[in-house]
Design a protein around this ligand. Structure first.
Ligand code: GLN
Length: 380
């Protein structure tokens, strides 16, 4: 049988490859982004309580209303936007599923989608699965700054969407108010939509504010914003997130979402709705993760790796050009097998595989593990 692949250039995602290699070799896994600690005990108990109470059948397609109400309260408090939970918020099976649905709902065959690279590895295949064309704007290491005028030159009559991500995976950079206003101005009088990936909204350091698209009325009018409970409550394996967009965009988003997963896991949603009442859980995250970032940087200080700026996310980039001129994938594999620490090569976040000799470590780990990793890496 002849199979014509829709994604001929796609293999297994780098996160699965590197986590697999770490597991096989018993290496410390700082590759794929996930914590090595558990979600709060109370949250775990709430899930069980809701299961016992009978929240085991399909949740509503849009998500539990009680959860959407809590989300609306949080977003109003943090970003000053009043949202209608009925028409602007949809609970999803995690950020990646929400991103796929945003793209599938709006991108027609032949439409162009601008990706600012390095970017999360699901964006491109999502666009290509639905027949869209990716147009890339590649940023330069080490500061990965966006020149909006330069980016604007990529806009054509076929441009349907621009994808942004702040705080940024993998670079740890932030978009600031000036970026959001520049993007708002660039898209004025166009029909271009924005997919704003904000899954690391609470992982932001040094007193910076998250520049959510929700804060900018004109930008929000054309945006679909993506969030993740996994990053906020230390349970990436629960695969629950949400999408916020104006009513007319949410309507189209839900048309695809309902036939993609229909609805997301019911007892988890019920537990999150209860747990969200405690604001300190997410308000404490910047301090919690800033301490981990600083601890990891300290643990790495004696190594020959050179840190890049990290203002957000739980990822820290390191330049290894002073150590080796090997390609970053080969270098990451060797770090795993020979030195016992797994990382992610940043070339995986570029369509053209550009290799700046920069790799990504996840510091969402307990201090003992971060210290051990630093020790192992000081032998490199
Ligand atoms: N977002 C996580 C990361 O960048 C991984 C997600 C995944 O493995 N699909 O590491």
């Amino acid at each position: 049988m002849q199979i014509e692949s829709k994604l001929p250039h796609v293999g297994t995602t780098i996160f699965t490859v590197m986590s697999g290699l770490a597991q096989q070799t018993g290496a410390i896994n700082l590759s794929q982004g996930f914590p090595n600690y558990n979600p709060d005990e109370r949250l775990q108990r709430l899930v069980f309580d809701h299961m016992q109470r009978g929240d085991n059948q399909y949740a509503p397609m849009q998500g539990l209303l009680s959860l959407r109400e809590r989300i609306a309260e949080k977003m109003e408090m943090l970003y000053g936007r009043s949202l209608n939970p009925e028409t602007e918020i949809t609970v999803t099976a995690g950020g990646t599923q929400a991103i796929f649905c945003v793209i599938a709902a709006f991108v027609h065959p032949g439409d162009e989608v601008i990706l600012i690279e390095p970017c999360y590895d699901s964006y491109r295949p999502s666009v290509e699965t639905v027949g869209g064309k990716v147009v890339t704007y590649a940023l330069q290491a080490p500061d990965y700054r966006i020149d909006w005028q330069e980016m604007g030159r990529l806009i054509t009559p076929r441009t349907r969407m621009v994808c942004i991500n702040t705080p940024n995976n993998p670079t740890g950079t932030l978009l600031r108010e000036s970026d959001m206003l520049a993007l708002e101005a660039l898209l004025r009088n166009t029909n271009i939509l924005v997919m704003s990936d904000e899954v690391y909204e609470h992982l932001i350091y040094d007193g910076e504010q998250h520049a959510s698209a929700l804060r900018y009325p004109e930008l929000y009018a054309r945006s679909l914003c993506i969030y993740s409970f996994g990053k906020t409550y230390h349970n990436t394996g629960w695969k629950t997130g949400y999408c916020i967009a104006p009513p007319e965009l949410t309507k189209e988003f839900r048309k695809v979402h309902q036939f993609n997963v229909f609805s997301s896991v019911h007892p988890l949603q019920a537990a999150f709705a209860d747990f969200m009442a405690d604001e300190s859980q997410y308000l404490g995250l910047p301090a919690f993760y800033q301490q981990k970032r600083d601890f990891f940087q300290q643990a790495m200080a004696a190594t020959r790796f050179r840190p890049l700026f990290c203002g957000g996310t739980y990822f820290q980039l390191y330049d290894y050009s002073g150590i080796s001129d090997e390609p970053d994938l080969a270098f990451c594999k060797r770090l795993t097998t020979e030195y016992g620490v797994a990382a992610i090569p940043v070339s995986s976040f570029f369509s053209d595989g550009r290799d700046d000799k920069v790799i990504r470590f996840c510091f969402a780990k307990t201090e003992d593990l971060l210290a051990q990793a630093g020790e192992k890496l000081s032998a490199v």
